[in-house]
Design a binder for this molecule. Structure first.
Ligand code: UD1
Ligand code: MG
Length: 453
């Protein structure tokens, strides 16, 4: 069966009270519509059409190059009208599957089940809602067959009591839905063309309507405001963290980990509270992430320990390293095996060699540091002259004393020792002691300044 997916995303989303179009509001760090498109793509449909309206240019721009068909709906006259706009892009041998741009948590398997139920006629996805307010109600006849979907505003007192509701997701063979859509009318409470009226057309034409009942209302929740957005965020995070734990990761408190992207973990990984993972993050076997860490687009290899309060961005960390507490790895940071970055140490665009350490209060930027180097407390690279960045090179086994300023471009030879407190602006030869200090003086009889009377 060929399926063609139509994603309805033209609604205004006024309840978000935001300048950002609703479908671009972030869920787990990605736009709502991104989740829906990714789910659609995972089903390998023949085509994905996105019906857009309000804020359409920004939305389209965001998804440029994704191979979706963008269909403008202007003005927006209802869900049925929205699907009508996509009709020219649907082929008669396909099953059309309608998704909503603001229903991001729906699982691929659920959509597949819906599509499979729609080979001979329409299939709708329903769910039981304890509070069905606002939803279309599923009306069934005495035999239990679906006879209509009645919108909340049109429902009788008796129908309002129905808790089985329309999620809005629907599948139908294109050659059936085409004429039904073409004959939709808008003489209803909202003056809109309701997609749901195709159900009545099917029933009138003697075509049975299949109903697939989803097992959780959360999966099909629609997002209209920031409160619902936060509920969906929690639901998403819970799902993601449960998958992690199922795969063997120890998560100290699943309610206090956020995954905004993809997190791949080896075996026996432990994640403490308030960890945030952004973009693509990989953690090797036995990696331990302490409390309050933010790790973005980084790879951390086996047995490395990240202590509390560290921030890693675009970094690569080798095996058996130690970072933090309060370590910061900025883009281009690379630590080789057994390296150590201690508290209040920041490294940027810098490679730290095997077994090398910078344990306290250090800034290393645009530096290439060899193996077994020790960078003393408070030592920094002066990599920026106010206009350009320059490189610092430190050879293997060098020992940089405390409080050293390395004014780049500069090279410290292998095995060199740099005396504490030096400002090193010229290359330091290998295997020697280099220091740059003024002579220590003691002034006898000197008096501290006193407060004026
Ligand atoms: C719709 C269903 C209702 C269902 C509910 C589930 C209809 C008539 N009603 O109602 O049975 O219970 O969803 O949430 O279908 N959209 C467009 N163009 C439009 C109007 C809407 O693209 O002209 C898009 C919206 O962006 C949104 C989706 O369609 O993604 C649903 O629209 P919405 O106005 O929220 O429909 P409901 O009134 O909630
Ligand atoms: Mg809605």
């Amino acid at each position: 069966m060929n399926i063609s997916i139509v994603i309805l995303a033209a609604g205004q989303g006024t309840r978000m009270r935001s300048k950002l179009p609703k479908v671009l509001q972030p869920l787990a760090g990605k736009p709502l519509l991104e989740h829906v498109i990714a789910t659609a793509e995972s089903l390998h449909p023949k085509k994905i059409s996105v019906v857009y309206g309000h804020g359409g240019e920004a939305v389209q721009e965001h998804f440029e190059g994704r191979g979706a068909q963008w269909v403008l709906q202007e003005p927006q006259l209802g869900t049925g009208h929205a699907v009508q706009q996509a009709l020219p892009y649907l082929e008669d041998d396909e099953v059309a599957v309608i998704l909503y741009g603001d229903v991001p948590l729906v699982k691929p398997q659920t959509i597949q089940t819906l599509a499979d139920a729609a080979l001979e006629g329409p299939a709708i996805l329903t769910v039981i809602e304890s509070d069905p307010t606002g939803y279309g109600r599923i009306v069934r006849d005495s035999s239990g067959a679906v006879s209509a979907i009645v919108e909340h505003k049109e429902a009788t007192q008796e129908q309002l009591a129905i808790t089985e509701v329309n999620t809005g997701l629907l599948a139908c063979p294109v050659k059936q839905i085409r004429p039904w859509l073409e004959t939709l009318r808008s003489d209803n409470a909202q003056g809109e063309f309701y997609l749901t009226d195709v159900v009545a057309s099917a029933v009138a034409g003697g075509v049975p309507v299949a109903a697939v009942t989803g097992d959780s209302a959360t999966e099909v929740m629609g997002i209209n405001d920031k409160v619902q957005l936060s509920l969906a965020e929690r639901a998403y995070q819970q799902r993601a963290v449960e998958a992690l734990m199922t795969s063997g990761v120890t998560v100290i408190d699943p309610a206090r980990v956020d995954i905004r992207g993809s997190l791949e973990c080896g075996s026996d990984v432990t994640i403490d509270i308030n960890a945030v993972f952004i973009g693509d993050v990989t953690l090797g076997d036995n990696v331990r992430v302490g409390p309050n860490c933010v790790i973005e687009n980084s790879r951390v290899e086996a047995n490395t320990r990240i202590h509390a309060n560290c921030v890693l961005e675009d970094a690569v960390v080798g095996m058996n390293c130690n970072i933090g507490p309060f370590g910061r790895l900025r883009p281009g940071a690379e630590m080789k095996e057994g390296g150590r970055i201690g508290n209040f140490v920041e490294i940027k665009n810098t490679t730290l060699g095997v077994g090398s350490k910078a344990n306290h209060l250090t800034y290393l930027g645009d530096a290439t540091i060899g193996n077994n180097v020790n960078v003393g407390c408070g030592s920094i690279t002066c990599n920026y002259d106010g206009a350009n960045k320059h490189e610092t090179i430190i050879g293997d086994n060098a020992f940089i004393g405390s409080g050293v300023e390395m004014v780049a471009p500069v090279e410290i030879g292998a095995g060199a020792t740099i005396g504490a407190g030096s400002t090193i602006g010229k290359n330091a030869p290998k295997d020697t002691l280099t220091l740059q200090r003024s002579k220590q003086v003691t002034i006898e009889g000197w008096n501290r300044p006193r407060k004026k009377e």
